[in-house]
Write a protein that binds this ligand. Sequence first.
Ligand code: ASP
Length: 330
Amino acid sequence: MERRKFLKNSSLSAAGLVSAAALTSCNTEPKPINADISTPNPIKPIVVCTWNFFNATNKAWEVLNSGGNALDAVEQGVMVEEADETNETVGKGGRPDRDGNVTLDACIMDKDGNCGSVVCMQNIVHPVSVARKVMEETPHIILAGKGAEKFAYEQGFKKEDLLTESTRKQYEEWLKTSKYETTINIENHDTIGMLAIDENGDIAGACTTSGMAYKVAGRVGDSPIIGAGLFVDNEVGGATATGVGEEVIRTVGSFLIVELMRQGKSPQEACEEGVKRIMKKNEGRKDFQIGFLAINKNGETGGYCVHPGFTYREYSENGHVNREVTSFYE
Ligand code: ASP
């Protein structure tokens, strides 16, 4: 800024020898990356997650508030939902695929850009923790299906039936018609994507889901795909998604949002642009929901969705709140 003022003033003092065009070019020199991102008083620690997951954010806040790091906070936070059998799109109690198998997807990403992911994994309640083991104990990023499950047992995870009384009954009911739709109910998604900043100002994120109910066996959505369902860049911020994963993957949604923030957009503006990019590829289509959530390095948050109904939960020193977000369609 000072340099720009200096250039402008010295140009003016050159007795009008400089054209207006040259002045303009002095004023539009490229902004340094992150120019608008850091402020003297960032909000930290802070945690946000998709939907109104009170218990999960409480758990993450507990970790952050006692000086824990963002990575532990997001892992332990989303584990609450993975263990909650009444949440029928995450972990134990998640709805099965069309063959009756519960297959889970999850990923995790830390401040250094390290990440781990498991896709289409059965019989393990906490895929996010297996994803963390992939990140920390292997040279790989993604493990799939049987390989991921075998790795989990090697790491000491226990085998458990993920189908519950309730999801078994619902599946049997579904079998009567076997109606397969790739669309997701507009009001009811429970995939949890969580982003946290710890007291050191470091960012981490996690995302975990059982994916679309009655999906084709082997289907993997956006949630465990780094860049699509989750992305973190410690210089800029993080983003995560819920909704029809295929559409999020097509625009590499979370990466796009983080990059938009890097270019100076607020989390809110970046999420809006993310949804607009998706809608551009789906002109006039109204039968699906996507919700994006983002946080920047300052602890500013934002969210946007296709249809009304998406909310995100936020917990910081300022208290906790369930934020309703604006939407593409009214
Ligand atoms: N994004 C998840 C998927 O496509 C589903 C959801 O968020 O409801 O697998």
